[in-house]
Design a protein around this ligand. Structure first.
Ligand SMILES: Cc1cc2nc3c(=O)[nH]c(=O)nc-3n(C[C@H](O)[C@H](O)[C@H](O)COP(=O)(O)OP(=O)(O)OC[C@H]3O[C@@H](n4cnc5c(N)ncnc54)[C@H](O)[C@@H]3O)c2cc1C
Length: 135
């Protein structure tokens, strides 16, 4: 990996990774809420930030449509969103801790080896159609 970086023939730009605190919540502010990264910015090591932004938007729309008023809708939305964001933020922190270690990232290597084994185990089942019947 380090040879790969040393071998780059173009400028190499280190990028900072910004995050919000893992269990960030806030007091309800009338008629205002946040979705996506604005609510729960996390490192990309859970690979879920875009998914969360989309599901936040869908949940918020559903809660607004369910009424009876903005305050009730936003309270319900934030309760769900805070719990979901915290879970993913904790996962992304674990991923970040696994990536950036002094010396070889042994936990990361084990993680990918486990994924490889899991994909081999799951492969025969992937061919079975959802209905359980053949074509
Ligand atoms: C390297 C990297 C890899 C990632 N990999 C994954 C992945 O594999 N899977 C995954 O699900 N997520 C991933 N993410 C996270 C994902 O990109 C974000 O969580 C997602 O884009 C958040 O969407 P958002 O709409 O909340 O915010 P953004 O996508 O940041 O959208 C906010 C928008 O608002 C605009 N804006 C800001 N200020 C203003 C203003 N004052 N007026 C008008 N417009 C403004 C910005 O220009 C931007 O277009 C990754 C992120 C990074 C950095």
């Amino acid at each position: 990996m380090t040879d790969l970086i040393r071998g780059c023939d173009d400028a190499f730009w280190p990028r900072p990774i910004y995050t919000l605190p893992t269990r960030l919540t806030w007091e309800r502010a009338p008629d205002v809420t946040l979705v996506g990264d604005a609510a729960h910015l996390m490192s990309p090591f859970a690979g879920e930030g875009a998914d969360l932004a989309l599901i936040d938007g869908a949940d918020l729309a559903r809660e607004i449509a369910s009424g009876p008023d903005a305050e009730a809708s936003l309270s319900r939305y934030e309760k769900t969103m805070f719990a979901r964001g915290a879970k993913s933020a904790a996962a992304s922190q674990r991923g970040l801790d696994m990536m950036f270690v002094k010396g070889p990232p042994r936990k990361l290597i084990l993680f990918f080896k486990a994924m490889e084994i899991a994909s081999k185990v799951a492969r025969p089942f992937a061919r079975i159609p959802a209905s359980g019947k053949g074509k």
